[in-house]
Design a protein around this ligand. Structure first.
Ligand code: SAH
Length: 388
């Protein structure tokens, strides 16, 4: 058992009982002698034991629950959690070479991300506690998976809330930045050191496959990044146009196109809001449209602007969708629920004078588990719609 104890309030105890893994600073009665990033014993004012957690001296999320058990959360315990996560992946990734091996709270390893890209692993340690465990995590990964390289992509703004520096680099093995990996039968390059997130948007893997089923005719992939959806659509469509504001992303998309010897794709560097508006004015029409924007509502305070953003995008897309066409529309803002997104799109459809049916209601790929009692882990929504 950890020697350091943190005393939590009755509301903190209720958080634990509700199955959430986060306890906010306001629910800490007495941090005791707890160091930044220590594994601490959670107790109430009567010293009753409630679990073990990672303590942060800085973040509003003061405690992240690791276990309700008394058994010490040592290296062996950590290795077991990682092994459990890996075993589950074998059941759900269906031969994919790039997937999320450990998905933070969803794998009961709060604030730890481990992504696998073929022979390489990329990790993010997003709290003081996980940062302290980083060396142990690297050792465990080397023993369990013998990866070619282990990289860190800790160049993310949330680390600031923990008082941690932004950093990226190689933690073990060879210095590698680019890998070539198979996904949904396509060969794809991932830029692990320079790309967005840990190199790619692994959470959309199953949705890219699903979108392919309905794709046809003239297709548009808005917010394309390195062409993830576009390349899948191109397997079935006459032509696909991928749009993104990032020239680096589009140059990777072009290379992915060449790698797969596809000649029915084009790319355009543009703001999707402007592009969709201009496309409507120019009377351009499409049979398949994908909208996969970045999170518009990272905080609750942005919610109103986010609603407007989603409404405008979906409205513009519906206006240029041919009758019988498919719209694959996503939101990765946890604060916008599936019910919210359906309501936004219903309003957009009314404004666009379109009748829309819901073909599929989807979420993040299964290698990003949703923990039922931690709503924040259900962040991605992907609706496949058909406009009559
Ligand atoms: N669909 C991609 C992931 C998209 S992530 C996949 O499956 O891999 C969101 C992308 O939107 C990023 O590549 C970012 O560069 C781009 N982006 C952000 N704002 C944009 C805008 N206003 N117009 C076009 N692209 C934008």
């Amino acid at each position: 058992m950890p020697s350091q104890a943190v005393t939590i309030s009755q509301r903190g105890v209720e958080r634990v009982l509700s199955g959430h893994l986060w306890i906010y600073r306001a629910d800490v009665l007495e941090p005791g002698e707890a160091d930044a990033g220590a594994i601490v014993r959670l107790q109430d004012h009567r010293r009753h034991f409630w679990g073990q957690a990672l303590y942060s001296s800085k973040s509003q999320i003061a405690l992240r629950l690791l276990t309700r058990e008394e058994r010490p959360f040592d290296r062996a315990f950590l290795a077991e959690r990682i092994a459990e996560a890996a075993t589950f992946r074998q059941q759900v990734v269906e031969g994919a070479e790039a997937y999320r091996l450990v998905s933070g709270e969803g794998d009961l390893l709060p604030s730890l991300i481990i992504d696998r890209y073929g022979p390489c692993l990329v990790i993010q340690t997003l709290s003081q506690g996980m940062e302290r465990l980083k060396a142990a995590i690297v050792e465990i990964l080397q023993e369990a998976f013998s990866p070619h390289s282990i990289l860190e992509r800790n160049d993310v703004a949330v680390r600031e809330l923990e008082g941690l520096p932004e950093q990226k680099g190689t933690l073990a093995g060879e210095n590698i930045s680019e890998v070539e990996v198979e996904e949904n039968g396509l060969r794809l390059f991932f830029d692990l050191m320079g790309g967005q997130k840990t190199g790619g948007f692994l959470d959309q893997r199953e949705n890219r496959q699903a979108a392919r089923q309905y794709a046809r005719g003239r297709a548009l992939d808005c917010f394309s990044y390195a062409g993830g959806f576009a390349l899948n659509l191109a397997q079935r469509c006459d032509s696909v146009l991928g749009i993104d504001t990032s020239p680096e992303a589009l140059s990777l998309a072009r290379r992915n196109q060449q790698l797969n010897s596809l000649n029915n794709l084009e790319w355009k560097e543009a703001n999707c809001f402007d592009f969709l508006k201009a496309a409507d004015q120019a009377k351009q029409r499409y049979d398949t449209i994908v909208l996969d924007p970045p999170a518009f509502a990272r905080q609750k305070s942005n919610l109103e602007a986010a609603w407007r953003g989603y409404k405008e995008l979906n409205l513009r897309a519906l206006k240029i969708l041919n009758p019988g066409g498919f719209l694959v529309t996503c939101s990765c803002s946890h604060h916008v629920s599936e019910a919210d997104l359906l309501e936004i799109i219903a309003n957009a459809a009314l404004d666009a004078h379109r009748t829309v049916t819901v073909v599929e209601r989807r979420t993040q790929s299964r290698d990003h588990p949703i923990l039922l009692t931690v709503p924040e882990t259900h962040y991605l929504k992907c609706l496949i719609l058909r406009a009559l």
